[in-house]
Design a protein around this ligand. Structure first.
Ligand code: 4AD
Length: 466
């Protein structure tokens, strides 16, 4: 009738108390016929358990049984919490359990495709071992992804997906508190949603259809439907053949759309307050998780300001020019230029999070509102973390005739988006919004360098399993 204590909650305060824990066998280490250690892991936290015949009720047979347990088997252990004189190496918890009883709840197979202990090592640890003449196995990315259920047991991965959960939670909480309504738009659609990037085509009961490449058109139609402010968290499908560190074929889109009273800066204000709130909350509420991630993948905390820096595209181009980087002033910035500009912004403004707005119209989607004062530019923006894009957003064209004209000018057959354009004929306020890539936010906040690390089961041009 005892309650289970979480491994992560085992602290000195529980000294001399008897506890029951459930976890996985992380490692076993037989010492003698009378004594063995087993490190138990639960949700990224580890604790050392001592099984020794000098404890009442522990037999040699039990020591033998414990020493032979397969790694990753699920066990229950009952024992006394004790605080050893010397710090314990290699576990997250600084107490030890002197085991009285131990049961195997469910056994794992004897040899596993990934050893979680190996998967949790940092590059620095592996290098240090090499220097010392030892060799520690390195688990490569493909093996990790092939056996993801084992890989995600590492403390760093446990941290990453809890941080991801917090990003989604803050996104939702903040927007709800600002009067936004959560909506769910269809992912099976007739025409492509944006034009431009490639879509996954499919057969919809004999009709050609595709997977939505964004909720763009339907979230705008919800504004036509008078919700005023909406958001969505949902899957986004992109079929483009980009095998890079930051492109997935399916990612989680955090989308926002809202009425604009006067100026598209109202949308950027939401971005600003939403993300500053989010970063503050991550640093405060996910301290342990960030620490666990940093232990395996060291990174510097993100530099950001209480009020987010806004630069115009023209200012950005000028900064690049001053640094000797020539870019097309009416073209898009390539990845390299974005990265360079990120460095320049960091040097000049001491921030790694900023908004770049007033993009050239020619590089934005058809629904983007041109600037009123100069139609070569647009009421649009991208947002960057550490020199990489996490958001794109804009004010939208809300006049139906002009929208149809813009679609046509961008090579889109207006017949394929007629229900969208027609929605504007029934009356719609000026509006704008933005889209965020969830996996990119986590990747860049923690400087992880590969989006596959922040997607639980990543889909890229070469992977659709597990
Ligand atoms: O820049 P994107 O394509 O913009 C839109 O979808 C617009 N409808 C948004 C809007 O409201 N105007 O995508 C938005 C964000 C990007 O900034 C990026 O963070 C992420 O989605 N993203 C991807 N993430 C992972 N893999 C991909 N292939 C991504 N493509 C875009």
């Amino acid at each position: 009738s005892m309650d289970w204590t979480r491994v992560g909650a085992l602290t000195e305060e529980l000294k001399e108390k008897e506890v029951l824990i459930r976890g996985r066998v992380h490692t076993t280490r037989p010492v003698s016929k009378n004594m063995a250690f087993v490190v138990v892991r639960e949700r990224g936290f580890t604790v050392q358990c001592l099984v020794a015949t000098h404890e009442a009720g522990v037999s040699r047979q039990m020591v033998k049984f414990v020493a032979a347990l397969n790694r990753e088997s699920i066990i229950d252990a009952i024992g006394m919490v004790s605080v050893p004189g010397n710090p314990i190496k290699g576990t997250t918890q600084q107490v030890e359990i002197h085991v009285r009883k131990l049961y195997c709840v469910n056994k794992a197979m004897p040899t596993l495709p990934i050893n979680v202990e190996d998967a949790a090592r940092s590059d620095a640890e592996i290098e240090a071992a090499l220097q010392a003449g030892d060799k520690l196995p390195r688990v490569n990315q493909d093996t990790r992804l092939n056996f993801r259920v084992l890989d995600i047991r590492t403390p760093a991965n446990q941290g990453i997906f809890r941080i991801q959960c917090q990003v989604g939670t803050i996104f939702r909480q903040f927007l709800l508190s600002e009067g936004f309504v959560e909506i769910h738009t269809p992912k099976l659609i007739a025409g492509s949603s944006e034009g431009g990037s490639a879509v996954f085509k499919l057969d919809y009961k004999g009709q050609p259809a595709c997977l939505a490449q964004s909720p763009q058109l339907h979230k705008q139609m919800a504004i036509c439907g008078d919700f005023g402010r909406v958001f969505e968290v949902g899957p986004v499908f992109r079929a483009e053949d980009s095998y890079t560190h930051r492109h997935l074929c399916e990612f989680t889109g955090l989308d926002v759309e809202m009425e604009i009273k006067k100026h598209y800066s109202e949308v950027m204000d939401i971005v600003d307050r939403l993300f500053v709130t989010m970063f503050d909350s991550l640093n405060e509420k996910c301290r342990k998780e960030l620490e666990a991630v940093g232990k395996q993948y060291p990174f510097e905390p993100l530099k950001y300001k209480p009020k987010t820096l806004r630069l115009t595209f023209e200012e950005g181009v000028q900064m690049l020019k001053d640094a000797g980087v020539e870019v097309d002033p009416l073209g898009d910035l390539n990845t390299e230029a974005e990265r360079k500009l990120g460095q320049l912004v960091l040097e000049k403004y001491d921030t790694e999070f900023y908004i770049l707005h007033r993009y050239p119209l020619a590089v934005r989607p058809f629904y983007t509102m041109p600037c009123y004062d100069n139609a070569l530019y647009s009421n649009s923006f991208d947002v960057f973390i550490r020199g990489e894009e996490i958001i794109s957003g804009a004010q939208r064209v809300h006049v139906p005739e002009f929208l149809a004209e813009r679609a046509q000018a961008c090579g889109i057959d207006v017949n394929t988006i007629s229900t969208y354009v027609d929605s504007f004929r029934y009356g719609v306020p000026p509006h704008g919004g933005f889209g965020v890539g969830l996996e990119r936010v986590v990747m860049l906040f923690c400087a992880l360098g590969n989006i596959r690390k922040t997607s639980l089961y990543p889909r890229d041009p070469q992977r659709i399993a597990p």
